[in-house]
Design a binder for this molecule. Structure first.
Ligand code: ADP
Length: 560
């Protein structure tokens, strides 16, 4: 045997018969243990109805361990599903850790779902225990008799009134008061399920996604990269994005791991609440969907307030360039655009300007930064059209396919899995282009693209252009059936307070940037665009309501 062979053997197989490095599992214990040792003095701050609740990581950790043992004493075993129905608050954060650390599965329930969907997902996941904020108890009322798997209800609040509740019910704080802290297994296998979340269904029932410990740890790491949000111990992080939606973008995991203070907005925060909280608590990173930032921008325009934000993190729907500009130019707050899905834990792409593009003019830079951005390290992507890979030339469109260690590879017990997964890839249902530099630009969701006379019209491009109008607050574009062209676009516009806007203003603006056949057949002024359970434009509602708008000849176009 020559020398090189020997070295190779030594390198690739050590004396325990393993490859060269330790196979320490990537599990939540690693995050929790590290955090408790490194950052016991860091803060978790929650806005409550009464004021503000504050405590340090040290106390958080001991309450987490008590919650796990309380759950165990109620009979929760590894792999059992424990659901949370809660706002972003410290008790919810405790559940985020206590449930997976004991090997059980954290099912974050979207509290804004309809009763039918709530019933469906709790029963489909077969949740055994439900932790619920006291003030959210009423949403259980219509379904409480139809949840056969739920054995215990734990009510989270200071002094909850338990007389009004159904089934076997416990007060969260009483359970913790009597509990002995649990010791965790550091070797919990990394492929153990950690949690699950159902997508907010636009059609049919919600689909369940199961997250593994490994996926969540790697995703948390990715959120800390300098190429993405660079969360660190220097930050105070405000997840406005609900903890019931795609793990609040993983911020509860990365913030605790990297030692950032966490600021939680509590029950139903308004834009004013958010501005106050960001100012009082000197938040440095705040994350939410575009509608959150439209609202915050309005408050800041009316009441300029000094903030210490180093980054607004915006995703979940396309961030219009005009919104980015308002934050950066008017408020001097850096604005980052990211893209992801429940199925991708969620972070998949993040928009930052490459240093090699720094010489571009301001407009070109903005155009690049308004794209969904570059693929996050650790993931793979491709564009597919008619089963062929589409070139990265910034023009060719295809469906974006993703894979990687924090991407789901199936829906939980769901016959719809084959529709969205193929050959190890997740088919996102998003139509995109990719530039030669790697910037992903989402053209539309497949189902939102407008098909007119055999050609595609991007509703997102039209919306972005309309929202660049200084008097527009928000806008949505949908395709509706048309007798001649198959579908034609209709625009819905909400004007800023008391501003007068007309259809002709909007069409003139669009005519500057788009061919004539892209222009909406009508512009309808609304007081508000309907929103989904997670604050995105609910185009389905508009499509249902305006389905016949262009096919009924008696219909007179509306004007502002
Ligand atoms: P739901 O499907 O329940 O709305 P998700 O958060 O999983 O919840 O939605 C993911 C979808 O949201 C993506 O497939 C994409 O269509 C859209 N999306 C997310 N982020 C962006 C973004 N930055 N720009 C445009 N669309 C986005």
């Amino acid at each position: 045997m020559d020398h090189t062979m020997k070295v190779r053997e030594l390198t690739y197989q050590n004396r325990k018969g393993r490859i060269a490095m330790m196979s320490t599992p990537l599990n939540l214990y690693g995050i929790f243990d590290y955090s408790q040792k490194m950052w016991p003095e860091k803060w978790i701050i929650t806005r409550t109805r009464e004021g503000t609740h504050r405590y340090q990581y040290r106390e958080f950790g001991s309450r987490v361990k008590k919650l796990s043992s309380a759950l165990k004493s109620l009979g929760v075993k590894p792999q059992d599903r424990v659901a949370t129905v809660a706002w972003n608050n410290f008790r919810h954060l405790e559940a985020y850790y206590a449930i997976p650390l004991m090997g059980a599965v954290l099912h974050t329930v979207n509290l804004r779902l309809s009763s039918d969907h709530l019933l469906y997902i709790i029963n489909h996941a077969q949740d055994q225990v439900l932790l619920i904020d006291e003030e959210l108890l009423p949403i259980l009322e219509p379904i409480q008799d139809k949840l056969p798997t739920v054995q215990h209800l734990i009510v989270m609040g200071e002094h909850p009134d338990l007389s009004k509740t159904p089934m076997a019910v416990w007060a969260y704080e009483d359970l913790l008061a009597d509990a002995v802290p649990m010791n965790y297994d550091p070797d919990l296998p990394e492929n153990t399920p950690l949690g699950m979340c159902y997508t907010s269904a636009t059609t049919g029932n919600p689909k369940g996604v199961v997250y593994s410990h490994r996926g969540i740890v790697l995703h948390a790491m990715a959120m800390g990269l300098a190429n993405t949000s660079a969360i660190s111990e220097q930050d105070r992080v405000l997840p406005v994005v609900p903890m019931f939606h795609a793990n609040a973008w993983g911020l509860p995991f990365s913030s605790i791991w990297f030692g950032a203070d966490i600021v939680l907005p509590g029950p139903a925060p308004t834009s004013e609440d958010l501005v106050r909280l960001m100012s009082q608590e000197q938040v440095s990173v705040a994350a939410g969907v575009p509608t959150v930032w439209f609202g915050v921008a309005k408050v800041l325009e009316e009441h300029p307030t000094p903030l210490s934000l180093r980054m607004v993190l915006c995703g979940g729907s396309a961030a219009p360039p005009a919104l980015i500009q308002t934050f950066e130019k008017t408020f001097h707050i850096p604005f980052a655009h990211a893209y992801g899905m429940t199925e991708t834990s969620p972070l998949a792409t993040f928009s930052r300007l490459k240093s090699t593009l720094a010489d571009l003019g301001e407009d070109d830079q903005l155009a690049i930064r308004s794209t969904q951005g570059l693929l996050v390290p650790g993931l793979f992507m491709r564009l597919t059209s008619n089963n062929r890979e589409v070139p990265w030339d910034a023009h060719s469109m295809g469906e974006l396919w993703l894979k990687g260690p924090w991407v789901a590879d199936e829906y939980y017990h769901d016959a719809r899995t084959p529709d969205s997964f193929e050959n190890g890839w997740l088919k996102t249902g998003d139509v995109a282009t990719i530039s030669p530099e790697g910037y992903v630009r989402l053209v539309d969701r497949t189902k939102d693209l407008v098909k007119s006379g055999g050609e595609w019209i991007s509703s997102v491009d039209l919306e972005n252009a309309i929202m660049a109008h200084p008097d527009v607050f928000e806008a949505a574009v949908i395709g509706v059936p048309h007798p001649k062209w198959d579908e034609r676009p209709l625009a819905f516009v909400v004007a800023k307070d008391n501003r007068k806007l007309h259809k002709a203003d909007i069409l003139a603006l669009l005519a500057e940037n788009f061919p004539k056949w892209w222009l909406p057949d009508d512009v309808i002024f609304l007081r508000e665009i309907p929103k989904s359970s997670v604050g995105k434009f609910l185009k389905r509602a508009l499509r249902e309501q305006y389905h016949h708008y262009l096919s009924e000849s008696s219909q007179e176009p509306a004007d502002g």
